[in-house]
Write a protein that binds this ligand. Structure first.
Ligand code: FE
Length: 218
């Protein structure tokens, strides 16, 4: 198991997220979770082949570190340079269906993220056949509730403190207005729709992706 490469240069999200933020976040925090997971699972090589399987079958520190690796992989791909704003096409239609308007989604995203106490994650998920905003605490993630992640923002202070200090709202506004990767959202939404139509269960060793798919290029 290795660290997935960042899908862009470390300075690519400036001025919304600085090079130092991305570098420390990826090289120290994200890489640190992988290092710790490998330490915790040393001698159990058969259990580290699928990150998603570890997440679904573990508790405690092994779950927390595995989930943080998955969450960060998903987070980096939830952003792109010159992203954000209202999407077009199929995702926009799904947003209208779930929220009534893009502005309503944006407001729920900001309210949920700023209202979340302490560390965690802010998600746009597919709940049944509707898009919803939700948050999870610490390392927890929608895979444990059956919801399908579509986009996520890291709510841990290390994600924004260097650029925004304690102003989480400004960081989340930058995310939704300038960084959100709606093409990645579309890919996740389309994959979920395809899985729902074939009703393929996710089992160890199945063809289900163990890591988030790469974002589509613009
Ligand atoms: Fe983080």
């Amino acid at each position: 198991m290795t660290l997935l490469p960042l899908p862009y240069a470390r300075h690519a999200l400036e001025p919304w997220l600085g090079r130092e933020t991305v570098t420390l976040h990826y090289e120290k925090h994200h890489a640190g979770y992988l290092k710790k997971l490998l330490e915790l699972t040393a001698g159990r090589p058969g259990r580290v082949t699928s990150l998603e399987w570890i997440i679904r079958s573990s508790e405690g520190a092994i779950f927390e570190n595995a989930a943080q690796i998955w969450n960060h992989d998903f987070y980096w791909r939830s952003m792109q340079p010159d992203g954000g704003g209202a999407p077009v096409g199929a995702v926009h239609e799904a947003i209208l269906d779930g929220f009534g308007s893009y502005e309503r989604l944006r407001r729920e995203f900001l309210d949920a993220g700023t209202g979340h106490f302490g560390a965690g994650w802010l998600w746009l998920v597919l709940h049944g056949d509707r898009l919803q905003i939700t948050t999870t605490h610490d390392a927890d993630l929608p895979l444990r509730t059956g919801d399908t992640p579509i986009l996520c923002a890291d709510l841990w202070e290390h994600a924004y403190y260097l650029d925004y200090r304690n102003e989480r709202a400004r960081y989340l506004e930058a995310f939704i207005d300038h960084l959100a990767n709606w093409e990645f959202a579309l890919a996740n939404w389309s994959d979920a729709a395809a899985r729902a139509s074939t009703r393929t269960p996710i089992t160890e060793g199945s063809a289900a992706p163990a890591r988030p798919p790469l974002a589509r290029s613009r």
